[in-house]
Design a protein around this ligand. Structure first.
Ligand SMILES: Cc1ncc(COP(=O)(O)O)c(C=O)c1O
Length: 389
């Protein structure tokens, strides 16, 4: 008999009743050190007092009013994002997938608005992940996601990951946009070299194609900059954000330049829940904390510390691990065994990690993890690896 919950997930036999910072705690009080953070969502840890206060204060005032009216909390969040990024304007969504959908719509509308409605081709990269809507799976194009869900939304072409020569050959003045994650998450913590991102920006400038960056997983301080593209010193035309921006409350956003958003006038897009006061009150608090130079410097320092310890772990377990990769606190361990086996061995050591493609184990702790917890996490990984070696 089918489960009451549609069985689309392979779940671990673990349930958590509460959390504290970097720890997720089961009903019997067992504490698991959380290096998954809800897949890069709980950026400020579990039950962060500042976020709990922001959420409960807003919950006592007003939850939902509809975008028929002004929403001051949404306005505030949008202005904070505009203030700290390349963007001139923001649409607030509930998730990364919804942000991807709007980004795709915005690209199409941009060319429609400019009298080239046939200019619909968006170039994407293999290994990409933009969500599970029909548009997002067509964009990523992986067999695993699209099989059985055709016909696919037209207008996407996947190129080999990071293959600039292939991009040069594919891009032209009929290309609508290039869309990519500066650091692939689901694809296996694969950062695009900064020089390549600069080259992609230049190719977009030469052809007029819009540059759309998906920073749903790698954004909001995860790599030690507020957004990962800042490492390359470039800016996109459109950017998707989600996950960390809500700190665990469902929230996403599409950020755009005024030019890219041209034509997105009243009636072209909307959402019942997107930009509701509860989510935006939390998002504004997350922004206040994360978009701070000292906070981001700490992420970079802790990322360096964790990386250094992980290099030692790889050296100690050459039969299990191959290399460390990633940036800031978005780290991956390339494995020689199945990453799912390391995840399982981690459970036995009360440690939560997340597998990814390309045989990589993802380590995405709360950005607030302490130095001691980093040490403890690597010690537990060491014991987990010992179970496999
Ligand atoms: C890069 C990226 N884009 C989009 C999404 C989809 O976001 P959501 O699951 O919030 O819809 C994800 C989720 O993992 C992601 O990692």
């Amino acid at each position: 008999m089918i489960d009451a919950v549609l069985p689309t997930y392979n779940r671990a036999p673990l349930a958590f009743e509460r959390g504290e910072g970097a720890w997720a705690i089961t009903a019997d009080g067992t504490r698991y050190l959380d290096l998954g953070a809800g897949i890069a969502v709980n950026a400020l840890g579990h039950a962060n007092p500042d976020l709990v206060a922001a959420l409960t204060a807003q919950a006592g005032r007003i939850w939902h009013v509809s975008n028929l009216y002004q929403i001051p909390e949404q306005q505030r969040l949008a202005e904070m994002l505009v203030d700290k990024t390349f963007a001139d304007t923001v649409f607030v969504t509930n998730s990364g997938t919804e942000a991807a959908e709007l980004a795709i719509k915005m690209v199409r509308h941009y060319w429609y608005h400019h009298g080239q409605p046939e200019r619909i081709e968006i170039l994407t990269f293999e290994g990409a992940f933009h969500g599970r809507s029909t548009g997002a799976i067509a964009a990523a194009g992986s067999e695993k996601m699209v099989k059985g869900f055709g016909p696919l939304m037209p207008g996407f072409r996947q190129l080999p990951w990071g293959d600039i020569a292939a991009l040069k050959a594919a891009i032209s003045d009929t290309t609508a946009a290039v869309m990519l994650e500066p650091v692939q998450g689901e694809g296996g913590i694969r950062p695009l070299p900064e020089a390549d991102l600069r080259e992609i920006r230049a190719l977009c400038d030469q052809t007029g194609a819009l540059l759309v960056l998906d920073e749903v997983q790698c954004g909001m301080g995860r790599t030690g900059k507020l957004f990962a593209h800042e490492w390359a010193g470039i800016t996109p035309d459109i950017m998707m954000v989600a996950k960390g921006i809500g700190g665990g409350f469902p929230l996403g956003a599409v950020l755009a330049t005024e030019q890219a958003a041209e034509g997105m006038v009243a009636g072209t897009h909307g959402s019942t829940y997107g930009g509701n006061p509860l989510a935006c009150a939390v998002g504004a608090k997350v922004m206040e904390i994360v978009a701070d130079d000292d906070f981001l410097a700490e992420v970079r320092r802790k990322g360096g510390l964790m990386r250094q310890k992980l290099e030692g772990l790889v050296a100690a377990h050459p039969e299990v691990f191959e290399a460390v990769r990633g940036e800031g606190l978005m780290l991956g361990l390339k494995c020689k065994v199945a990453p799912a086996d390391v995840v399982k061995a981690g459970y036995a050591e009360h440690l939560l990690t997340v597998p990814a493609a390309d045989n990589v184990l993802r380590l995405l702790p709360p950005l607030t993890i302490t130095d001691d917890e980093i040490g403890e996490a690597v010690a537990r990984l060491d014991r987990a690896a010992g179970r496999l070696g």
